[in-house]
Design a binder for this molecule. Structure first.
Ligand code: LCV
Length: 259
């Protein structure tokens, strides 16, 4: 059974992630279905996509499926990790993706939402960047996605505290486009999507790709990249990394020792 639902109306599609028992954790099966769904929408030359969870949801997505994070000595956020794949799919999708947010957004799902082209959120929704809560060494393009979404001071606060930020504060910071009352969210996003769909899909696709290329244009030398990978490896090889994941799975607070 698919973990997503797709509705198409003219040039606009709605892709709903739908695995509430696992709090829409970004598991390999869910991401597989999302990628297949986006491929279908690309085939149909859809001109705007609304990415949402079930109406009234309390947890939009709990982020990476922690049960899928490797406990062995392997990069948990490598190129082929499902989370990295879906973020690239959204960034490369030729039409704008509008994230319609209700409830709380956690960790890798927060990056996934911020990798969309627009974010429209209910007033009581929240956004949390959680690697430090689990002991995960986030990957460099993911950190860059956060830096492209808001100031370095806010990224530091969100990463170091791992505490949720309200939609009201996120909008004030320019991290999200609009706050809309819950019963207006769907029509509001549909109006934006239909407006986009009336414009040139070719021009939009090219400018979206230009923006992606410019946002990711950072000079980083091979030794610098290798040094960062070495630092990240020290973390995912550490006892703290294993403790963070084990504690989550055992439903207890992690006791980090700094080793
Ligand atoms: C697997 C889950 C998850 C989950 N994975 O419901 O950014 S990084 O680096 O951290 C990156 C690696 C990442 O994204 O990591 C994940 C970051 N996510 C989080 O830290 C949020 C973890 N989840 C929670 O804090 C709570 O589940 C929230 C607050 C989201 C919802 O709490 P609530 O009380 O409503 P439960 O915690 O009872 O969860 C319901 C079921 O979903 C599973 C959880 O294990 C439980 O499964 P069981 O019913 O089998 O016990 N679940 C929740 N989040 N990320 N599984």
């Amino acid at each position: 059974m698919s973990l997503i639902q797709i509705e198409i109306e003219g040039h606009v599609a709605t892709l709903m992630i739908d695995n509430p028992t696992k709090r829409n954790a970004l598991s390999e099966p869910l991401i597989h279905d999302m990628i297949e769904g986006l491929a279908e929408l690309r085939e149909k030359k859809i001109r705007a996509v609304i990415l949402r969870a079930r109406p009234g949801i309390k947890v939009w997505s709990a982020g990476h499926d922690v049960g899928e994070l490797p406990l062995t000595r392997r990069d948990p956020l490598g190129w082929d990790d499902p989370l990295r794949k879906i973020i690239r799919e959204l960034e490369h999708f030729p039409a704008p993706v509008i994230a319609l947010i209700e409830g709380s957004v956690w960790g890798g799902a927060c990056e996934m939402v911020l990798a969309c082209d627009m974010v429209v959120a209910a007033p009581d929704s929240t956004f949390a960047i959680t690697p430090a809560r689990l002991g995960v060494p986030y990957n460099i393009s993911g950190v860059l996605n956060f830096l492209n979404a808001t100031s370095h001071l806010i990224v530091r606060e969100m990463v170091f505290t791992a505490q949720p930020v309200s939609a009201v504060r996120a909008e004030r910071l320019g991290m999200i486009n609009h706050i809309v009352e819950i019963d207006e969210l769907e029509p509001f996003c549909q109006t934006i999507a239909k407006t986009i769909a009336q414009n040139s899909p070719l021009s939009i696709a090219v400018i979206k790709e230009e923006l992606r290329l410019l946002e990711s244009a950072r000079a980083i030398t091979p030794p610098t990249f290798e040094r960062i990978q070495g630092l990240r490896r020290m973390v995912y090889d550490s006892e703290d990394y294993r403790e963070g994941i084990t504690a989550f799975l055992e439903k207890r607070r992690a006791d980090f020792k700094g080793r």
